[in-house]
Design a protein around this ligand. Structure first.
Ligand SMILES: Cc1cc2nc3c(=O)[nH]c(=O)nc-3n(C[C@H](O)[C@H](O)[C@H](O)COP(=O)(O)O)c2cc1C
Ligand code: SF4
Ligand code: SF4
Length: 317
């Protein structure tokens, strides 16, 4: 938990960053190890996904690689044994952008992986806002994997309808993303996958840089802490709860206990995973006194059906 002093310090840094020009970029092309192989046979596509968007892109990438003749495992990183990573000769990691960065459970997971020296690695993020700090978020993933010896060969960001719950989902930015993903988004995913494979064949790496932007500045603010302060109620409605344990499975920090109608506020990341995944509308969350509802309910109320890529008709992973 941040102290008042931490909060002031972070806000001051963020304030300084907000004054910087939007285009300043710190790129670095480190001396990467040699490629383990330029002809990958075994690929791993890992994702963290709360509302299903990142999972959709990860599976599409997996299907494309499979169509190219690779042996592919596509898995939720939360259920994957890190020690198996060195067995693969291509690793692609996808995550949503949360609070202008990658979720802390993802960065913590990646920080603990074993050496993957020489393995080509690529990162993608899914995001909801037009200025979602996606470049720095994918850089964060690549930096963590490069820190374990991975060789960066690709990065991309795929925009889709945001799954960030508000008491008023119908703001203009939200609506501007309502039609996404569409056929163009899936084409972008296909291009990204083809580009990654081409880079590996040619033995080309990419530079990993952070942009110092307004959004970078925002990521320095204690946004989770601020949001937790604004969440005025966070509990479980015992009358509605069907005891399915989905919220427990989805919660990255195991902060929610539906049988006791309790949420451990110290552990909670304000990620809304419980709210966004409860099938019984039993997770109760008030934000500054207003009741929130989750992503599935939002799609239902607005009669939105998310498009699936045609590859899924013939490919299973
Ligand atoms: C807690 C939370 C924070 C978010 N923060 C951002 C953000 O900073 N920038 C952004 O573009 N989208 C943000 N979003 C939207 C998600 O990045 C977007 O909906 C993403 O595609 C969700 O992926 P998933 O369905 O795999 O969980 C946020 C969503 C949540 C739930
Ligand atoms: S309790 Fe809910 S909002 Fe808090 S970390 Fe767990 S899933 Fe996320
Ligand atoms: S997901 Fe909803 S219904 Fe299932 S245990 Fe949690 S609160 Fe209860």
């Amino acid at each position: 938990m941040d102290t008042r002093r931490d909060f002031i310090k972070k806000s001051a840094i963020a304030g300084a960053a907000l004054c910087l020009p939007v285009s300043l970029t710190r790129e670095s092309r480190a001396a990467y190890p040699d490629f383990k192989t330029r002809n990958p046979k075994r690929a791993l596509v890992l994702w963290y996904s709360q509302a299903g968007q990142t999972r959709r892109y990860a599976k599409l990438i997996g299907c494309i690689l499979k169509g190219n003749g690779l042996s592919v495992d596509a898995r939720d990183m939360q259920e994957f044994d890190k020690n198996l990573l060195p067995d693969y000769d291509l690793i692609i990691v996808g995550t949503p952008v949360f609070y202008y960065d990658i979720p802390s459970n993802v960065s913590e997971w990646l920080a603990m992986i074993p050496s993957i020296k020489g393995t080509p690695v690529a990162a993608f993020v899914s995001f909801g806002g037009p200025e979602g700090n996606q470049h720095n978020s994918s850089s964060h993933v690549l930096k963590l994997m490069a820190g374990k010896g991975g060789v960066p060969v690709g990065r991309d960001a795929f925009r889709n309808i945001a799954s960030y719950p508000t008491s008023n989902w119908n703001n203009p930015k939200q609506i501007s993303g309502q039609h996404l993903p569409n056929a163009a988004t899936f084409d972008q995913v296909r291009r990204f996958t083809a580009d990654v494979m081409e880079k590996i064949t040619r033995g080309e790496t990419i530079s990993v840089g952070y942009e110092v932007t307004l959004r970078e500045g925002l990521s320095l603010l204690p946004l989770v802490w601020l949001n937790k302060k604004a969440i005025s109620k966070h509990t479980v409605d015992a009358a509605k709860c069907i005891g399915c344990q989905t919220c427990v499975k989805q919660c990255p920090t195991k902060a929610i206990n539906p049988s006791k109608q309790m949420v451990d506020q110290e552990k909670c990341l304000a990620c809304f995973g419980c709210l966004n995944n409860c099938p019984a509308d039993a997770v109760v969350m008030d934000y500054m006194g207003e009741r929130l509802y989750g992503f599935p309910e939002y799609l239902k109320r607005n009669k939105i059906t998310i498009m699936e890529p045609p590859e899924f008709n013939t490919c299973s992973l």
